[in-house]
Unconditional design. Sequence first.
Length: 259
Amino acid sequence: MKKILFSDIDGTLVNGNQPISSKDQEAIKKLREKGHYFSFCTGRNIQETKIITPYFEYDYLVLNNGAMIVDQQDQVLYRKQIKNEIAKEILNESMQKYPYLSYTFFDGKQTYGFINEKTCKLTNEGYQEIEGDFLDILNNTTEDIDIVCAFHPEEKLDEIKEIQQQINQKYTGIHATLNVVYLDITVDCTKGTGLQKLCSLFKEDVTSYCIGDSFNDLDMFEKANHAYTFNHVEKEIKEKTKNQVDYVYEVIDAMLEGE
């Protein structure tokens, strides 16, 4: 039976957009050579993910915490977006109440940010300051929005959790997920529903494996046939899986054992 590994990105395969271990890269290549599949499963949008994909072979990208799936050729297999007017309402209200936080949104082409109270856009070198007002750029956007993020510059969580609670109580069909210190706001999807959706698109039975290190990976742990996390993660995350490792390549070794 074919197997597929769904892997988180940040803190799992890369730190600061650089691979954690060359052995992970080699193991992913070997997994695919054996005829199995590898998919990223991330809160990142496609622009953010493409910064690190040159380092890794892959078959699929599950993006925006499960709200978008694309293949190697960037063909969109699945996509759900936040309605334009709702995204604007969420950001305008949050920035009015918490103007000192940082925010980003992705319109399907470009990621814009209000970071350290400066208007920025994402490039391959990171966020670069640009002219203009962040809310003006947002309010002039006509496309629906893939994902909205909020985070505290000093990585504090009180205000972030308040925004999360407000959004999840106020909006039907919108899901605010805490990813370490980032609040990811998408339609009502999770990494777990993204995993299930991709597996449902295969014309054959596929055994799913996953690995991650954060709270937005918990639903992925529940939905996969085999879930892994790391020995170094918090107890609340570790206790949600039966298997813990130090590196991703150890998961792939277990997947290929006996082949």
